[in-house]
Design a protein around this ligand. Structure first.
Ligand code: ZN
Length: 145
């Protein structure tokens, strides 16, 4: 998993994941495809979402972006990280210390990818489409600017 993530897109993914989990309790995405132009995230969700809910997610993410929260990182021991975070999506060879990326006090998640320094650098977040099949909700999104 040595992908070259786009820092803006990838930071947006962190915020989207936290927003999805807060609104629908679906956890973070279990699969993601992050590219500079457009990205998609898949969530285990027990139902489809309405267009109104999609707009609410979009607004929730943009509210965090516009709050211009600092994006910071810290290192915690693997033992400590296991207590608080799901480490399934981290490579297995990360060593004894895990990098945890924080988006202000909104989100914290172990991650090895590159991020912006503050959320305003992400730009406008827009959900372009969603689909729902076999309890998997897929959200596709873009950034403007
Ligand atoms: Zn990350």
């Amino acid at each position: 998993m040595k992908k070259q993530f786009d820092p803006r897109m990838h930071s947006a993914e962190h915020i989207l994941n936290q927003t999805m989990d807060r609104m629908f309790g679906c956890g973070r995405c279990f699969s993601a495809h992050i590219e500079k132009k457009k990205s998609k995230c898949d969530y285990h969700c027990h139902r489809d979402l309405s267009d109104v809910e999609i707009k609410e997610i979009e607004k929730g993410v943009n509210d965090v972006i516009n709050a211009d929260l600092p994006v910071t990182e810290e290192y915690v021991s693997l033992e400590e990280a296991k207590k608080y975070y799901d480490l399934d999506r981290l490579p297995s060879d990360t060593g004894d210390n895990i990098r945890v990326v924080r988006v202000g006090d909104y989100d914290a998640c172990p991650c090895i990818g590159p991020h912006v320094d503050s959320t305003k650098m992400i730009g406008d977040f827009r959900i372009t489409s969603k689909s729902f099949e076999n309890d998997v909700l897929r959200i596709r999104f873009k950034l403007s600017k």
